[in-house]
Design a protein around this ligand. Sequence first.
Ligand code: HEM
Length: 552
Amino acid sequence: MDLSIAQIASTLVLAWFVWTILNGLYNLYWHPLAKYPGPKLAAFTLWWKIYCELFSKENPVDIVARLHEVYGDIVRIAPNELHFSNPSAFHDIHNARNRWTKDRLLYDAFAEAESSFSLCDYRKAKARKDILYPLFSRKSIVDMQYLVQDCVSTALFMSLVASSNTPFKIDQMCATMCAQYEQGKSTNILRALRCLSLDAIMSFCFAKSLNTLKEPDFCAPVEHSMTLALPMVTWIKYIPFIKTFTVHCPPATIEFLRPQMAGLTSFHLFVKDQVDEVTKNPEALQKAPHPVIYHALLSSAHGQKISNMSLRDEALLLVFAGTDTASTTLTVGLIHVLNNTAVHRKLTAEIMEFWPNLELKPRFEDVERLPYLGAVLKEALRFAGGPLSPMTRIVPRGGAEISGKHIPGGTVVGISTRFVHMNESIFRDAHSFDPERWLGPGAENLEHWLVAFSRGPRSCLGTNLAWCKMYLTFANLFRRFELQLDGIGQVTICASRKTTSLTTSGAVLQCTDLYPMLFLRALGATVDDTVRCSVDLFAEDRDGLEKASSGS
Ligand code: HEM
């Protein structure tokens, strides 16, 4: 029997349709999760979740929050996925005993598949983290803090303060900034902090920097492309072909199709060349001024042969993981502090008293003893929340108890940190930025509920580095400058930021629905006049976009 192409196609479509209906009916009535409440459509098909994550204008975490109000503590948000709202569920899922596998659907979407973050299997990830941990240990961070402190100084001095040995740059920079200010242009503080994080993590991991802090207005193509690439993760999750295409496509083609990605493709090439160089010529590592990731990864001591591809993935992942999270947390903290005069005054007073002589830069171990600064940073972490999307795990065979219920093996489970950090019964008046809560009686009990770095064997590898960076950045910012928020203009958020970062921005914007501008003034520093610099935190900066895409 001869069938035409049209007949074959229609038969396939019909078969797919019937399969979808039968599968949906199975999901609704016979699936092991059938008894769990949630929208019927979410139980029927994954397309409901895909719609929420890709097309809905509302943030997915907000959607889930609404569902919990309707359906209770446990909600079925996809045929095989449960989301929890009871904070105890976080510790049921992420704890020192659990060796649960990460959810492939989520983690395969990250381009760096062969990295400590994206290796879903616990044993493989542990083997990799064991290799890297010495470099990220507290001792190593304390020893190498000069890399971070240097960067802190550069970021600040780039903006305002004339560093004695770079008068030309500062002249040039001040002139540019003044011109920008007169033209009503803004400098993006989030971008500045991203450049800071980027340069710090690059120096730390590779003993090389892209010098993004030296770019005018912190307008570094690589930083900009990284920001643009973030929302792609959600698309890649459901359309893996995008990842296959970008991984295998020649960089020139990507740049042609999306010029804004030029910064990222050149960064990928930078890492690739670096990996090729160190694998061909490991002796070159002896010239490194301090330990870098390749010393550990290429060492024969751990007995593992790590492929070039995996080395590349690890290097890229570390840069990505260390850049967005820390800078977002600091930005969130900055805005809240500047919005709250009492907090601002108390923080500045503590830092000024501790650090009277500007010339003598304090060490991280000393700065971290400042109780109020520590409390402010914890509040910043609580508000920013780390990755806000649930970091999903697979319940092992045999099932597990989560939030007091037996959950069948094979279920995808997750809880966004927002449900822990904004829980009113743990953090009284949770939506107010109140560092005092970390200082008063019972404050030590709260530590258990600060989960921005997650918990258990898959918690953040860069925790020590992140703390070091956050303490030193805030100490320097509030010691050297008078910072003010100014409310002029309007906030516009571009649709592509409707991801984790946007959620974070959204949380911030709830407390400041004005256009946040920072007026910066050097305090007791080497500049005597007040330099005013408007800082546009969230609005899409067209000039910046153009500059970044043209690679200037
Ligand atoms: C404020 C800053 C940071 C926050 C809030 C943060 C948060 C997190 C969280 C919540 C996870 C767990 C993700 C999961 O469950 O899959 C994680 C994992 C990770 N983070 Fe961070 N992070 C920060 C900074 C850094 C830095 C500076 C680095 C270093 C380069 C880093 C490297 C990593 C790595 C390698 C993992 C994967 C660990 C694993 O899967 O076992 N992070 N981070």
